[in-house]
Design a protein around this ligand. Structure first.
Ligand SMILES: Nc1ncnc2c1ncn2[C@@H]1O[C@H](COP(=O)(O)OP(=O)(O)OP(=O)(O)O)[C@@H](O)[C@H]1O
Ligand SMILES: [Mg+2]
Length: 446
């Protein structure tokens, strides 16, 4: 049997998709197919094959048989194609039920992972998402912010809450743009989406452009929401966007993905630190309401030491020593003595470590950006011109490094054209081995 199994086809559209795939697998042009058919005393004009594969109605048995044989199929394979054809053309025992569920998509996909039990303090961002997707053109929204700010939590929570507006399904792909290993390729992401929409894996075209075209065809008029989580770059998501206006795409990324805003009309929703009250609420949800109420003063301080960063707050809650009399005050003291990152770095799970999370962004930097990142981390805020002189860069090179760092949310732009590495990231940068020259000149510049 070949890699293409016709028995999985649930209707003529899928059957035709598989038939097209069969030719791709054979790697034969229309002319080559015709030549092979003639060797067996048959004819298979290229125009006939082109028409057959373009249509959505099933081919005649003779044509089908000649085609499968020309593709290299044996008797068993021809029989399998004919059997699948017969099954599809058999009278429907219950046409009413079939009409109710529709072709190709018997169950709308519901792929969203669970969000946090309570999404704290994101009313403004949720309203922005509603607004950006509320018009006739539902379009593209970019949820961007630094590592661990809660981009995934926000996008997933919003998509769950908006399910009623997208009754044809919610699709989700973790693109792993900032994580261990390589980002997910466009082809793998498309295959995941197509299979989620009911296309048999064997009918997914191997070329990205063809797979993207098939994806757009399948979702054309459907009201779906698609969450593309953790995108590394604009290029990683461009081919994954549905074309229709009834659907909506939410992309999350640590990068601002300016290209998607400029060329694709994406609207940005920024996700930053939580204010103190909300940060304490996240602690209470994770560590327990009673504990936080008992040590409310220390809980506020802990929220501040975590810079209101949701990931840090979650990790802090996990790092509390529950057997101690004052676990929160103890952790606060440890953070002050040992350093915040060190005190929070006690959990084994790499997903519960700030240095690992920040490291994914740092690892993606080029040499020049790293130099500037270290310089700023050691020296406080600096103007672009001082960065250029101190890091020994041409003014233009310093500016573009600063822009890339701020697009990646690793550097914050302050008033008066000054730049700084914020809070916990600064502490992280200081834990990394730094070129001697940078640390010396940076200390001088401070
Ligand atoms: N507003 C919130 N309320 C409650 N919990 C939150 C909130 N935001 C984030 N969290 C929790 O904080 C942790 C980090 O959030 P999340 O994974 O969404 O961050 P992220 O910005 O997507 O991180 P990354 O940059 O690594 O993709 C998760 O455990 C998440 O459930
Ligand atoms: Mg995320």
């Amino acid at each position: 049997m070949t890699a293409v199994d016709p028995s999985s086809a649930r209707g003529s559209t899928e059957y035709l998709l598989l038939l097209r795939r069969r030719r791709e697998v054979a790697g034969l042009s229309y002319r080559q197919l015709d030549r092979r058919a003639r060797q067996c005393g048959e004819v298979l004009p290229p125009s006939t094959v082109a028409t057959m594969l373009r249509r959505t109605t099933l081919p005649a048995v003779d044509l089908l048989t000649t085609f499968v044989r020309a593709c290299g199929g044996d008797d068993a394979e021809v029989a399998a194609w004919l059997a699948a054809r017969a099954r599809i053309t058999a009278p429907d025992p219950d046409p009413g039920a079939r009409a109710a569920t529709g072709p190709c998509l018997p169950v709308p996909p519901r792929q969203l992972p669970p969000g946090p039990a309570e999404l704290v303090g994101r009313d403004r961002e949720l309203a922005e998402l509603d607004e950006a997707t509320g018009g006739r053109e539902r379009g593209l929204v970019l949820v961007t912010g630094g590592p661990g700010t809660g981009k995934t939590a926000l996008a997933v929570h919003w998509a769950h809450g908006s399910a009623g507006r997208f009754p044809d399904g919610q699709l989700y792909v973790d693109l792993r743009g900032h994580g261990p290993g390589e980002p997910v390729s466009v082809g793998v992401a498309l295959a995941h989406l197509l299979v989620g929409l009911g296309v048999p894996a064997s009918a997914v075209p191997s070329r990205d452009e063809q797979a993207a075209a098939l994806f757009r065809s399948v979702v054309a008029d459907r009201r779906i929401v698609l969450v593309l989580d953790g995108a590394a770059s604009a290029d990683q998501v461009r081919l994954l966007r549905p074309g229709g206006r009834a659907s909506c795409t939410v992309v999350t990324s640590r990068d601002r993905l300016v290209g998607l805003t400029v060329h694709d009309g994406g609207r940005s929703v920024g996700v930053g630190a939580l204010e103190r009250g909300h940060a304490v609420r996240v602690l209470a949800r994770s560590a327990g309401e009673r504990l936080v109420a008992q040590e409310s003063g220390a809980a506020g301080t802990l929220a501040d030491l975590c810079d209101g960063l949701p990931l840090a707050l979650r990790i802090a809650a996990g790092a509390l020593d529950r057997d101690a009399r004052t676990p929160i005050a103890d952790l606060v003291a440890e953070m002050r003595v040992d350093g915040r990152l060190a005190a929070l770095g006690v959990l084994d799970d790499p997903r519960a470590r700030l240095d690992v999370s920040f490291g994914y962004s740092y690892d993606a930097l080029g040499d020049v950006e790293r130099r500037v990142f270290h310089l700023l981390a050691f020296s406080g805020d600096l103007s672009a011109s001082v960065v250029a002189v101190t890091a020994d860069l041409a003014p233009g090179a310093a500016r573009s490094a600063l822009r890339r760092l701020s697009d990646a949310h690793l550097v914050a732009r302050r008033a008066g054209d000054r730049y700084a590495v914020p809070g916990l990231l600064r502490e992280y940068a200081r834990t990394l081995a730094t070129p001697d020259r940078i640390s010396r000149t940076a200390t001088d510049a401070a």
